[in-house]
Design a protein around this ligand. Structure first.
Ligand code: ZN
Length: 249
């Protein structure tokens, strides 16, 4: 694949990093990334990956922009209220780079449609806000041997996971190794529990960062660990997450 003068100019800041170089940049340009949930996590993740040179995206979200979204969903403005999130996000990303190809899925992902959607992509970002969706996405990515980056946020707390189900060399844990089934308590969505925009922003950007590493080299990623962030205490922790013997995966 040839890289154009315009592309070199656009990405020179990161091409100058030895760990990226022209080779890594070409990998980013060729990668295909699916983002499920275009909200507090999905908007910063999509924004940063688009600016870094990922040029093929799928974005999934059935919702329309509301006033209360704008506090943390950084691709949306007041004039977008009432419009589909996928449509507005695509428009904003094309303003950054009109060469980017984005397929929009303004639907809720479920057991019946997920396989067909994820199969066109190499890396899946789970930016959803429900345990049920997270476990369904985990199970499908495991079955279809994808790389899955999962973010979770509530109040001042953020969690980040990386699962590599593609590599035969890595014994990746899965989300069920950490959370075998959906918690029984009736959890509210993150907005009802309270959520800080800087928490979703930080975890969304870190999801983009892990995605770039998986695309470029697969090295130094979070696979096998959980990142736990508490922005009330400004506390960052790495916790080991091994493959659980009792997990059927
Ligand atoms: Zn597992």
């Amino acid at each position: 694949m040839q890289i154009s003068k315009e592309q070199i100019n656009r990405y020179i800041g990161q091409i100058n990093l030895k760990k990226i170089s022209i080779i890594g940049q070409k990998k980013l340009l060729n990668s295909r990334v699916l983002i499920i949930g275009i909200g507090g996590l999905g908007t910063p993740a999509l924004n940063y990956l688009a600016r870094a040179g990922v040029e093929h995206f799928g974005i999934v979200d059935p919702d329309r922009v509301s006033l209360s979204n704008i506090h943390r969903q950084i691709l949306f403005e007041k004039k977008d209220i009432g419009k589909l999130k996928t449509t507005i996000a695509k428009k904003k990303i094309l303003d950054i780079n009109n060469k980017i190809k984005i397929q929009t899925f303004p639907i809720k992902i479920n057991k019946a449609n997920i396989k067909k959607i994820i199969n066109n992509y190499d890396i899946i970002l789970d930016c959803t806000d429900s345990f049920k969706s997270k476990l369904e996405i985990n199970d499908s990515c495991l079955k279809e041997k994808k790389i899955l980056i999962t973010g979770a946020v509530s109040r001042f707390i953020g969690h980040l996971f990386v699962f590599n189900f593609q590599s035969k060399k890595i014994k990746s844990p899965c989300l069920r190794c950490f959370m075998p089934v959906e918690p029984v308590e009736d959890r509210q969505d993150c907005q009802a529990e309270g959520i800080l925009g800087t928490v979703t922003g930080l975890i969304g950007i870190l999801m983009a960062n892990e995605t770039m590493k998986e695309i470029i080299s697969g090295k130094n990623t979070l696979c096998g660990k959980i990142l736990h962030v508490d922005l009330d205490k400004t506390d960052f922790r790495l916790i080991t997450l091994s493959k659980n013997k009792n997990c059927k995966h």
